[in-house]
Ligand binder design. Sequence first.
Ligand SMILES: *Cc1c(COP(=O)(O)O)cnc(C)c1O
Ligand SMILES: [Zn+2]
Length: 393
Amino acid sequence: MHRRLICYDCGRVAEYPAVRCTCGEPLWFDIDPPAAWPDTGKGVWRYADWLPTSTGEGIGMIAGGTPLLRTDRLEDYAGCHVSVKLETTNTTGTFKDRGSAVGLAGTTGTVGTVSHGNMAMSMAAHAAAESRECIVLVPADISTNRLAHIAQYGPTIVRVDGEYGQLYYDTIDWDRGISFVNSDTPLRVAGQKTTALEICEVYAPRVPTAIVLPVSSGGHASSMWKALRELRSTGLIDSVPALYLVQAGACDPIARAFEAGETRVTKSERGTTIAYSIANPDPPSGNRALAAVNATGGAVISVDDDAIRDAQRHLATAAGMSVEPASATALAGLHALSRNGTVSATDDVVLVATGTGFRSAPEPPDSPPVLARADLPEFLESHQGNSYNPPGL
Ligand SMILES: *Cc1c(COP(=O)(O)O)cnc(C)c1O
Ligand SMILES: [Zn+2]
């Protein structure tokens, strides 16, 4: 296992298992990236030479390796050429599996995580598959639906009373022999680099114009940036795509900092939004996400819940993709970026579909018509050979 860590901001080096630099910013692994694409291997482990650790077990063996699908049917709405990176096909339905697989591979004994959402489910599932104990710290007021989704994998769940946002920092200070793999810990960020490595390998040595993804802690955005830096430094890509990050307007501290031209994110209110998976008022890698956007010529924008619902509906009815609201913010953001002229019609943009819609019940439809059995043949005949255009799009 590779042990050298470095701070993106001040350049200080540190030793694993440090998580944050003495300057306060998050650390990531400092590796010597390979100068050629791999010729074997699947999913996350195809990129073992870019990772601090090798080989996962159980479902950790099959994390990543998700499809990148060119979707003409979203072009009108997106306002450009668009390909979707379908992270929904990971075992637990989100890109978090990439970071969990590497997080488990790089640690021994009991693991822990501070999450009440997708990361908790992903960590619990990956730990279960390796017979490792997993401690999940959730807020005391967690919804029963989410609790059930986490509990199905059998982790040790503790509902914590007190300021939940502070727990992330507490777990760094506590030395209790438990490896916490949180939203931006170096092992997770390393594993989540593979989203970008997979996208870039498809295009290399060229790159898409831009990559658009939702942002919460800034962990995934940091991973993307790290991968792009590594690929650029070895010449495996000719240039670097712009990173566009999208937040929900009700809780958008990174977008606010970007708009104000700041390099530091200020803690915001925890507003309510349907995109609850990305509502983080105090993102631990917020400053690093801002740096990623500034270094790649991208932007951070926010979209409101109506725009998120609209994008979610488009992904389902025009492309057959069920994503959760947090994930649909990426398309809502791309739609807005095209309308304001930041993205143009000839641009080739990759949209990261970060999380599955299968965990929440979709809006119930208007009642479909009821037909007598005897009337069905005529109905079917009148529909033969029809092309489908979703209503209201
Ligand atoms: C975790 C998550 C995000 C945000 O990723 P960060 O690394 O926290 O910025 C976006 N979408 C979904 C579906 C997620 O689960
Ligand atoms: Zn530092």
